[in-house]
Write a protein that binds this ligand. Sequence first.
Ligand SMILES: [Zn+2]
Ligand SMILES: [Zn+2]
Length: 432
Amino acid sequence: MEINHSIEQKIIAYRRHFHANPELGWLEYSTAAFIAEELLNLGFEVKRGHEVMQVDNLMGLPAEQDNQLAFEKAEKIFGPEKMQAFANNSTAVAGILNCGEGPRVAIRVDMDALPITESNSRDHFPNQAGFASESRGIMHACGHDAHMAIGLGLAHYLAKYASQLKGNYILLFQPAEEGVRGAASIVKSGFLKDVDYLLAAHLWSNMPLSKVVCSQNGTAATDKLDVTFYGKAAHAGICPEKGNNAILAAANTILGLHEIQFTGEGLRRVNVGRIEGGTARNIIADGAKLEIELRADSQTGENELLEKLESIVKASAHKQGCSFEIKKVGEASAACGDNSLAIQIRDEAMNMNYFTDVILSDKQNRGSEDFTSLMKDLQARGGKASFIGVGASMYGKNLEHHTPDFDIAEAALNPTVALFFNLIKRLSRSHL
Ligand SMILES: [Zn+2]
Ligand SMILES: [Zn+2]
């Protein structure tokens, strides 16, 4: 691919625009409307909201007040008419480019930011270059700003070279990746049901620039759960026996849960990351809530963890005479990329004059990824998928994901676009 410098500059500008205007999962209203405009201008057929996703029973929705604020803000920028299709957290958007008979290829891009206050350090590049987050307490601290820039950059290349391509190309921008909440809504909609190839890339700030892993298979299965205990309040001094202590039920659950990660085979992780409950020190707590995540390196392991969690919660609640509710607010499955596709990605990466360290696949665990749900669904229908890891470390620094100082090297953006584009050309040629 010849490097088109004006597109390259646009990609950087997109990244900085998204970085300055971060939105949390399911609230990516302005982000979605911006992407829709860009795709339309490039001649893509644009699908919005319920045309791309199933909007019932979305997992891990934000508070209604935050939802309203984010939606109204977007309406002010884009006008109510353009926002209608994205209302009620329907923030998925996709661009389709039809280049005739050929393979159907989808690239999935994540869109959401995190509830993190960006660093105000002068060493932090977004501060130096004037594109730090304009929304206090919200930050693109995982690189999804860069992923969207890559997606739109690819849209430019696809539009420009459409006459050289055969096939159907979908750029799918998926909401709420963090907390693995969003992909299930796309799977349920069946939007990708006719796709032959599905790809996604993640930039990693802790992987050297010019390194690429063509198939990252180390993602774990995970469940994100909210467990609530309902007890009964009573005077803690006069008649504690008349109460049902929800905090004790929660505490018992925490202790029980942290033990089960050391049982069974393979990797298992349990974490209670948040607890809330009770009303005052002299009242037996009538309610308590735990935010929990489970992870395992196999689906069997994950199912075992889930079963054990249920029995611990049940026993802990029973002991205190409390009732309980277990609510799933996010999930992802363990999945493996297709080797034949990974080999094609590797060959294209090696043909480029950029990647110096090309790894076919690794099983290094990098947490969980929403993409695996889409991947598994497609593979079950005979499609091929791969999750690509791209090195984007800043000046050799190790700026960890999900921290206020996080940053990625913008030098990784254009080569990632080029890798996708070269691969698309290859798939376009090889498909008979
Ligand atoms: Zn993340
Ligand atoms: Zn991420």
